[in-house]
Design a protein around this ligand. Structure first.
Ligand code: FAD
Length: 395
């Protein structure tokens, strides 16, 4: 029998190909080298300095729009994209958020719903990390229920004129291009929602940064202000109308979170395990106490079940068989369990657990955002509740 590996107790690596493992190692090495030495300082300062350089490096790694085909994208499998998300989030959820928003939201929207000209114009630069993208759906008064959004695009001759505000937009202030979802008078109510590709230098567009966050501090989060932003007729994404557009982008990004959250959990677990073997109280390592071991056993069970679930969903995505409800299943479970693992790890580190010298509190506070964005816990419970019962409890 192969020996027991504490890093892979149920042998999930057996499911991975040599190429999967190589991609995972490359991303892990990059994050260890480029993010981990600095992340505590960035977090404390509430900034992500050198974000443009980081984006270019992530582009060189092939991590931006990683599972998209063509236009300079890596064309990786969904499982490989997931492994990258896990490794990036093991460093920090802010770095994984940068990659998710770039690849799964902004690039995915243009790739899936854009015209050929839009794809040619934006995707190669975004895949290379030369152009950063953001995705504006949430508004100050419309989060879980985006159908009522107020941002409005009206026609003026051939042009579109966009007015409104978006809130909590990752990458907003550093983006060169924003995919903005707005109400139009075509189709009525939610049916009239269209996506627009907005170069952020367009007059009337501004993106003030949101400061004073206690979560995702090493991530740029912004408001988008659209004050009569005039766009040409071809700025609209031609391939979709209605909420189906943003929701399918979100489903893709959520899939990455199913993996990513397990990265934050793994980093916290490993930190607690190292600590528990070295820290002594009552004359012995705290890892030798039964209560501590129970915590490790329970955390390991949830961590590796979560990774197995992510892997299963990845294979379904690669086979073209992944339903949105299944992504909700994964996000609901994995983010909820990841945050529990971070909190339990924090208890094992005692007072040191609250220090930025260890990663656990940073991961735990990051996951508060991850629990809320891309659909809150409650939204995913309602999605599953509806799928299970056939009854809609949203409103
Ligand atoms: P609300 O929708 O007001 O919900 C508040 C609470 O009420 C939640 O617990 C919710 O589950 C609950 N609730 C609401 N309706 C129901 C119901 N019917 N039944 C039961 N409970 C209900 N958005 C973007 O568009 N682009 C981004 O790049 C982006 N990045 C983000 C980055 C960060 C750091 C954060 C924190 C958020 C980001 N968001 C982004 C916004 C995020 O998607 C929203 O915060 C999320 O959708 C929830 O919306 P809300 O905050 O308005 O909460």
């Amino acid at each position: 029998l192969p020996p027991f590996d504490p890093a892979d107790p149920i042998g999930i690596d057996d499911l991975l190909s040599a190429e999967d493992l190589a991609i995972r190692d490359t991303v892990r090495d990059w994050a260890t080298d480029r993010v981990l030495p600095h992340i505590a300082e960035w977090y404390e300062n509430g900034e992500l300095p050198g974000i443009r350089e980081l984006a270019r490096e992530l582009g060189s790694l092939g991590a931006l729009g990683m599972s998209l085909q063509g236009y300079g994208c890596a064309g990786a499998t969904a499982v490989q994209y997931g492994l990258a998300c896990l490794e990036l989030e093991a460093a920090d959820s802010g770095i994984r958020s940068l990659v998710s928003v770039q690849g799964s939201l902004a690039m995915y929207a243009i790739h899936r719903f854009g015209s050929e000209a839009q794809r040619q114009q934006w995707l190669p630069g975004m895949a290379a990390g030369e152009i950063i993208g953001c995705f504006g759906l949430t508004e100050p008064d419309h989060g879980s229920d985006p159908a009522g959004m107020r941002t409005y695009a009206k026609r003026d001759g051939e042009d579109w004129v966009l007015t409104g505000r978006k809130m909590w937009i990752t990458n907003g202030s550093v983006a060169g291009v924003a995919v903005v979802w707005a109400q139009t008078d075509q189709g009525g109510a939610a049916g009239g929602i269209r996506g627009f590709v907005v170069p952020t230098g367009t007059p009337g567009f501004s993106a003030p940064e949101i400061r004073h966050k206690w979560s995702l501090r090493a991530s740029v989060t912004s408001e988008l202000v659209l004050d009569e932003v005039r766009l040409p007729a071809d700025a609209v994404l031609p391939g979709v109308t209605g909420l189906r557009g943003p929701l399918s982008c979100l489903s893709h990004a959520r899939y990455g979170i199913v993996w990513g959250a397990m990265g934050a959990a793994r980093a916290s677990f490993e930190s607690a395990l190292d600590y528990a073997k070295a820290r002594e109280q009552f004359g012995r390592p705290i890892g030798g106490f039964q209560l501590t071991q129970a915590k490790f056993a329970d955390m390991a069970v949830e961590l590796h079940k979560g990774i197995l679930l992510a892997h299963h969903l990845g294979r379904r995505m690669d086979a073209g068989r992944l339903r949105p409800e299944q992504v909700s299943f994964g996000k609901l479970n994995n983010v909820r369990e990841a945050i529990e693992i971070c909190r339990t790890s924090r208890t094992i580190l005692g007072a040191n657990g609250i220090s930025l010298e260890y990663p656990v509190m940073r991961h735990a506070t990051n996951l508060e955002s991850v629990l809320t964005y891309e659909g809150t816990v409650e939204m995913h419970q309602l999605v599953l509740g509806k799928a299970l019962t056939g009854l809609d409890a949203f409103r």
